[in-house]
Design a protein around this ligand. Sequence first.
Ligand code: PLP
Length: 392
Amino acid sequence: KLDSHPSGRHFLHIPGPSPVPSRVLRAISYQTIDHRGPEFGEFGKAVLSNLKKIFKTDQPVIVYSASGTGSWEGALVNVLNPGDKVLFYETGQFANLWRALATRLGLHPEVVGKPGQDTWRWGVDAAVIEERLRKDTGHEIKAVCVVHNETSTGVTSNIAAVRKAIDDAKHPALLLVDSVSGLGAADFQHDKWGADVTISGSQKGLMLPPGIGFNALSPKAIEASKHNKMPKAYWAWDEIIESNKNGYWPTTPSTNLMYGLHEAMEMMLAEGLDNIFARHQRLAQACRHAVAAWGLENQCLDKDTFSPVLTCIATPEGLDADKLRKHALEKFNLSLGTGLGKIKGKAFRIGHLGDCNELSLMAALSGVEMSFGAMGYKPKASGVVAAQEFLK
Ligand code: PLP
């Protein structure tokens, strides 16, 4: 496919996988070593220690050779029992996919969302969770599942508020949080926010190729995993936690991806997590200036939950988002994110996460703007100019 673009680079602006920095690609190319040898144990310990800083936790972080979906499954099968009731908050397609996975595992999900609104355009309303938990006087709900950064809609929810809602309802449910696309791009504080399991993946804010997944744990989650009856083998935390004490894994870890993970975390810690989050906020703001200038709507209607990771743009009648994306790819070698689930064709997404800077964002905005003409869409004003004005 890339042969049709003999010069220049591909602009990968989907909200993950995100571009992999050259430094990380080089690290991945180092020679594979013995994953049971002495060198690997030291390396494994360094990776696990840095991961705690990224998740902001003192507790174990499980590393799976898996995508985010595998890590969703890992979280559920370690802390729940067959037939358990689980409360899902619907923010978009990823909340739905996680809920579908829970159903396949034999759990009983109940779904809540933003009352009286299209719940795909808002962040998690913690009051809805609190109200539902207060009614659950028999404590049948065993876990609350929320998506921190909903990648299908560009909404980042307040996880501390969800923790507070559970505590205020005096409910013992575990809090399971998907931060597959939030981690490393939007602030995430596993311990302080009281998450019991945080699920994440390698291919978004961590700037790695897909293939590694994570579960960050809490003491309460570890305790639950010791007594739960869900069938589990590969996903079971106990043997992994034991091996990790010496920097090893019970099965063969993704050695080369882990070299990349180590390198990416070194880069992130050197830049400083707060600086990274501020950079993401700034680029997201620039992108929103462009969207407003184009006369288009942000899929997210709540300014307090605009995502720093990606912007999802709702397209009006007559502007087919997928045709626009196709044009941008074929003509300008620019990949934009498709609308997912019920907003397919009606929205497209611009990723501004990971190894992204002002000029890479400007290229994406420019590619979108240059594609409008071919779609017969006349923007209100230039989004490129609006973003430039903001950034300069
Ligand atoms: N959760 C969120 C928020 C995601 O964005 C994704 C993937 O984009 C997933 C879960 C699923 O992860 P994967 O596709 O790596 O299995």
